[in-house]
Every structure is written in structure tokens, then in C-alpha cells.
Design a protein around this ligand. Structure first.
Ligand code: ADP
Ligand code: MG
Length: 250
């Protein structure tokens, strides 16, 4: 069952055009200094770069969680810069899923209610059949009534992934989703992100600093000092590591 939203004839699902962003008090240093990139629907892109290079800021601006100072962000062709609340939140909830390093689950809610929460907050009737399917896909069938506190880190990240998939977003943004996981658990989560792309047709844009994680993607973009400085198609861990080395000695 592929995501119908991705059928949009090959146009980028996310496009950032000359995006700039500075934080007050950072000495005028730009976290993003004119970043342009397009992310195709149904593809997996990794974003890499040294700590402080602007990866999280780029993700937040691209997802409409944060407003750039300049430039434009298009989500499924819609410019979100001009949207005011609550329409921005609505666009985000309809089109975007999130996975964070720290899971960001509600500890007081069961797995099942965590998965359904974004749709309930959006005021849409949850698609329970699909939610059951995504819970099964991430390997948590039978754990629906557990609380996050009863789960391992890897299982919690699976819940976060099921929650992201439940609203059939066109794109999932993931900020270091394996950062808190051990190697083999991290690999399982990366495999599930890959499946979301290949089987469901969701686009994934994932920040990571691990070359082996980036190798699961179709493309890698490299940031340094708030700019895109390199790009790699069909990455392998070795090619990514070599490019990271080149980026960090610039
Ligand atoms: P990365 O995710 O690549 O580590 P970030 O996007 O978090 O980088 O940060 C980019 C730059 O912006 C860094 O110099 C960081 O210190 C600064 N920065 C990020 N968030 C804030 C904030 N909320 N307030 C001030 N400066 C920030
Ligand atoms: Mg970051």
C-alpha cells in the first residue's frame, strides 16, 4: 500500500531555496548560510557534517518546525514560509513525520495511543487499520498496550517510527535516529527507515554523523559552516567516511 501523496509526478517533496538562519547571540554567525537543496519523493537522503554545521537547523527549517530568516521552503510544492499558524501546523501534521534521537514519546500513553496521537492532535480520525499495519511493520504487534517505560531504546524508536508513519506522511525527518542506540539496534531502525522508503514510498531525510548509517541512504549531502559543500549519490560507508574527512579538514 503505497503513499498516494508521492504520486506527484516526480517533483521534490521538500525544497529549500537559499535558506539562511542565524540565532541571536551567536555572534552573527549563520547556522544556515544560503542552503539550496531538493529532496525527491520516495527517496532516502542523509545529511552529514561536523557538529554545529547546521544539520538540525536545516531539518527544522525544512520541516516547518522553525522559520528561516531568508529564502524559501516548499513542502510538496507549497511554500510554507507564508503560512501562519494554525495552517503551518496543519500542513506539517498532514505531510510530515518526525523521528528524534530521544524518541519524544508520551510516557503516560500506551504504544497504541502514542502512535495515534499526532492524528488526534490534528483533529483527523485516525486510520486504525493502517496504524495496526505500521505497528506490525516495525515489529511491535502484541506490544500495543505497553507503556514506553516497559520498552528498550530500540523498541521506543520503533514506536516513534510507527507514530511517524501512521499519518502517511510524504516525508519523515529523522534527526540522529540511531544516536542513542547500540549498533545492531541502530541497524534495525535504519532497515525500517529503508523499508518505509522502498515499500511505503515515504521520503526520508535523516541527519546522522555515522557513515555506516548514511550508507543506507540513496544520497548524502554534506554541510559545513551552514553551507552544502558536497554531495554523494549511492553512498557506501567508505565513500562517506572519506568525504567526511575531506569536509572536516576544509
Ligand atoms: P548540528 O545539528 O549540525 O550540530 P545545529 O543546526 O544544531 O548544528 O547548529 C548550527 C549552529 O547554530 C551552531 O553554531 C549552534 O551552536 C547554533 N545554534 C543551534 N541552535 C541554537 C539556538 N537555539 N540558539 C543559539 N544558537 C544555536
Ligand atoms: Mg544536530
Amino acid at each position: 500500500m503505497r503513499n498516494s501523496g508521492v504520486a506527484r509526478a516526480g517533483g521534490p517533496v521538500v525544497e529549500v531555496i537559499d535558506v539562511t538562519k542565524a540565532y541571536p547571540g551567536a555572534g552573527g554567525v549563520r547556522a544556515l548560510d544560503g542552503v539550496s537543496a531538493a529532496f525527491a519523493g520516495g527517496t532516502f537522503c542523509a545529511v552529514m557534517g561536523p557538529s554545529g554545521s547546521g544539520k538540525s537547523t536545516l531539518l527544522h527549517c525544512a520541516a516547518g518546525l522553525d522559520r528561516p530568516d531568508g529564502g524559501r521552503v516548499l513542502l510538496a510544492g507549497q511554500q510554507i514560509g507564508g503560512l501562519r499558524e494554525p495552517r503551518l501546523t496543519e500542513a506539517r501534521r498532514r505531510r510530515v513525520g518526525f523521528v528524534f534521537q530521544s524518541y519524544n514519546l508520551m510516557d503516560s500513553l500506551s504504544v497504541w495511543h502514542n502512535v495515534l496521537l499526532p492524528q488526534k492532535l490534528a483533529g483527523v480520525r485516525p486510520d486504525r487499520t493502517w496504524a495496526r499495519e505500521v505497528v506490525r511493520r516495525v515489529g511491535l504487534a502484541g506490544r500495543e498496550n505497553d507503556r514506553p517505560g516497559q520498552l528498550s531504546g530500540g523498541q521506543r524508536q520503533r514506536v516513534a517510527l510507527a507514530r511517524a508513519l501512521a499519518s502517511r506522511p510524504e516525508v519523515i525527518f529523522a534527526d540522529e535516529p540511531t544516536g542513542a542506540l547500540d549498533l545492531s539496534t541502530g541497524r534495525e531502525v535504519l532497515g525500517l527507515l529503508r523499508e518505509a522508503v522502498d515499500d511505503v514510498g515515504t521520503a526520508v531525510i535523516m541527519v546522522t554523523h555515522d557513515p555506516a548509517a548514511a550508507a543506507w541512504a540513496d544520497r548524502v549531502v554534506f554541510l559545513a559552516d551552514g553551507r552544502i559543500v558536497a554531495e554523494l549519490a549511492d553512498p557506501t560507508a567508505d565513500k562517506v567516511a572519506a568525504q567526511m574527512m575531506a569536509v572536516s579538514v576544509r
